[in-house]
Design a protein around this ligand. Sequence first.
Ligand SMILES: O=C(O)CNC(=O)[C@H](CS)NC(=O)CCC(=O)C(=O)O
Length: 277
Amino acid sequence: MRAALLQMTSSDDPAQNLATMRGMLARARDEGAQIALTPEVCNCVSMDRGHQAEVLRPEDADEGLAGLRAAAAELGIWVLAGSLALKAEPPETRFVNRSFLISPEGEIAARYDKMHMFDVQVSETETYRESSGYAPGGRAVLADTPLGTLGLSICYDVRFAYLYRALAQAGAQVLTVPAAFSPGTGPMHWQPLLRARAIETGCYVLAPAQTGQHAARAGRSRRTYGHSMVISPWGEVLLDAGTDPGVFCVDLDMGAVEEARRKVPALSHDRQFEGPA
Ligand SMILES: O=C(O)CNC(=O)[C@H](CS)NC(=O)CCC(=O)C(=O)O
């Protein structure tokens, strides 16, 4: 299977971001991809909750989701909308950070709400309070496709290894980790975390990322780390997309999943243990 990762510098204008993604998805199809993956919050990168409240919509009224479904059907490819920022279902008043797997018929095959919230002070000048704006999910999600079984996750989830172990033990062959990684943590943490998740699980890891300097509003601009990655089940870096936006294709062979797990069957070597006391 050929997968295309869309590396983007999403603005805070959902209509503009949809237009950008439509162009990139057409290129992905032209390059022979059967599945295309977008980064986290591909419909709107913003630090301004007021602006988000104005432009974000609930799932059933979101034009970005409708547009991606139409594009998937038109092009006849699978699309993982890495995540869309949406208004949550009432009575929840926050947003949700939700991934959608869309079939080549334009149907929603799976949805996943990001579970782990990035409430982190990276440095004196870089602080995130994701849980103030977003409600976390509480359910891990697998999705069967003709291309293999996907295990869904988003960004900061990558630091919680047991989620990926559970996904792989339940049947995942490909782990998706769309991201908007921070410039403060990315250089030291992004690649080794992704490689560890691939090695521990014997899964391919597909990690499309936001990159660069995102549009400012009310002086609150934001940068992201980029470096969309594909890691093989043995831990090799098959793609490091650097920092420019673009469409990056990689060929995957599910035989490599079996081979990695045959060489090191750690996924089936769990032990029950006591403690620590
Ligand atoms: O805020 C939004 O609109 C969408 N959410 C995000 O972009 C989130 C929270 S700020 N980013 C991350 O999880 C980065 C994690 C990271 O960088 C790390 O684990 O080091």
